[in-house]
Ligand binder design. Structure first.
Ligand SMILES: Cc1cc2nc3c(=O)[nH]c(=O)nc-3n(C[C@H](O)[C@H](O)[C@H](O)COP(=O)(O)OP(=O)(O)OC[C@H]3O[C@@H](n4cnc5c(N)ncnc54)[C@H](O)[C@@H]3O)c2cc1C
Length: 461
């Protein structure tokens, strides 16, 4: 009855095509890339496609009146259950708020709506020789709003940092429907608390991002991708250390273990060499006349550390092909079992080899396959574990392995998420890495911003 009333009100406020309430429609939008049937979630009551800030405020007003949850949704590519409903509510879909409002070449900023797809923004700014580095791997679908809410990062984080390093200002609709501005249209801002940083990474639990101003960089004149293979993983890790020790600064240092190489080559063949222990994908960028020197310095380190089959791209297409292999790893894993889980543990780089070896040993102990990839330049890895959720024994082993993997990362001085966030998937583990006092502050912040607990409730903690 209550639901009927609020849906009636949504229908009165929005054009019919922007409110979905059929069960199939609600089902589709109540899923994300976590896709874990053991996560306790529910169906949304309605999906609303918003087209303006005022419309977002109208939805918030209705949600307030009926005390109904609002769950923002970008492209649903988060892997932690961050945008699945737990207690029904309204899915706020931003796919129609997808305009790049301004690219200012003098200020080197872009102003965007939250539904802008990251790849579209990158393409648009590169056309005017500017650059937006964060790349959460799903460039063709992931949105700016979703990546702000998860503080996404991706391969280029090693050199260029995460989403938080680029958001200088936001317009946010708060839980009571007010519109607030978090920063200013300037590169520096030392006025009061850094409110923006509270919303970035808050997984849609504190406010709804309806516009963002993004700092851009000059587009690097040239990029080149170097791929190399190793018979011993330790040699690859030594390369990472040596590159950093020599103060070389590639934009990415990414890793693929033997299982991920073989799995990608089996299902999305691009000519990878399958009998090697692992591969490194290193991207360099910068002024044209520095590229050859950078590449040669890195190749020297590679050769000294027993890298084999060193190859590098000579044009954009070849670079794309190398990245395509790395980007296909999760999709390839889904061919091994009906599902695949991924994680994003991170440790101080000095403990990287212990982390890789430890994760491989844990998975072996629990009879799980793992395809291990990662942005090893930052010390982070993604263990991708193909899984059949209908096999209860396998799921039990997976749960134990997951807990052991988190504990391993913690024991090595790291943490349980470098870029994917917490959502529902990891909330049971957050107290292992955030102490009670800090968690208490986080809960109080949530209460201040959202006293009725209507913004993406029950996520994170
Ligand atoms: C194969 C694969 C590889 C991946 N690789 C990486 C990687 O390398 N690095 C990385 O960082 N991530 C990676 N991810 C995770 C994912 O792509 C990112 O988290 C992405 O930025 C999420 O964007 P989205 O638009 O899909 O957001 P969604 O998944 O739709 O939402 C994510 C969160 O944002 C909230 N949200 C959405 N819009 C708003 C808004 N306007 N206001 C407030 N909250 C909002 C949602 O409620 C949810 O909590 C990967 C995922 C997959 C499936």
């Amino acid at each position: 009855m209550l639901n009927n009333n609020f849906i009636k009100e949504l229908n009165k406020t929005f054009p019919r095509e922007n409110v979905l309430a059929e069960i199939e429609e609600r089902y589709v939008y109540s899923k994300d890339a976590s896709n874990n049937p053991y996560i306790k979630n529910s169906l949304a009551d309605a999906v609303v496609f918003v087209e303006s800030i005022e419309e977002v405020q109208s939805v918030v007003k209705i949600a307030n009146k009926y005390e109904i949850p609002i769950i923002c949704r970008g492209a649903g590519t988060n892997t932690v259950g961050a945008c699945v409903p737990t207690n029904g509510g309204i899915i706020l879909n931003f796919s129609k708020m997808n305009k790049i409002l301004e690219i200012n070449t003098q200020n080197m900023t872009a102003k965007v709506q939250p539904g802008v797809i990251i790849g579209d923004l990158q393409k648009a700014v590169e056309e005017v020789n500017l650059f937006y580095p964060p790349d959460p791997s799903n460039l063709k679908v992931s949105t700016i709003g979703g990546s702000i809410a998860q503080n996404s990062a991706g391969a280029r984080c090693f050199k260029y940092g995460a989403t938080k390093d680029y958001i200088i200002d936001m317009l946010v609709v708060t839980a009571d429907g007010k519109l607030i501005r978090t920063g200013s249209n300037t590169i520096k801002n030392a006025v009061g608390y850094n409110l923006g940083s509270i919303f970035i990474g808050s997984e849609g639990t504190l406010g709804i991002v309806v516009e963002a101003t993004i700092k851009l960089l000059p587009k690097p004149q040239c990029t080149q991708v170097i791929m190399s293979y190793f018979d011993l993983t330790q040699d690859a890790i030594n390369v990472v250390d040596k590159i950093i020790e020599k103060k070389l600064f590639p934009s990415t240092i990414d890793f693929m273990d033997n299982n991920s190489i073989k799995t990608v080559e089996r299902f999305y063949p691009t000519g990878l060499i399958c009998d090697k222990d692992c591969a490194l994908i290193i991207e360099i960028d910068g002024a044209k006349d520095t590229i050859n020197t950078q590449r040669e310095d890195i190749c020297k380190i590679l050769r000294k550390n027993n890298a084999t089959n060193i190859q590098y791209s000579t044009n954009k297409q070849e670079a794309e092909n190398i990245w395509k292999a790395r980007r296909s790893s999760m999709a390839a894993c889904t061919k091994l079992k009906p599902n695949v889980t991924t994680d994003d543990i991170i440790v101080p780089r000095s403990n990287l080899s212990k982390l890789i070896k430890g994760v491989q040993d844990i998975c072996k102990k629990h009879s799980l396959t793992t395809c291990l990839v990662g942005h090893v330049g930052d010390g982070s890895i993604h263990p991708q574990i193909p899984i059949d959720y209908s096999d209860e024994k396998e799921y039990r082993e997976y749960k134990i392995a997951k807990s052991e993997i988190y504990q391993l990362a913690i024991n090595l001085g790291g943490t349980i998420s470098g870029e994917h966030g917490i959502g529902l998937e990891k909330k049971a583990y957050i107290s292992r890495v955030v102490d009670g006092g800090a968690l208490d502050y986080m809960r109080q912040i949530k209460k201040i911003f959202d006293p009725k607990n209507i913004l993406n409730p029950y996520k994170i903690f």
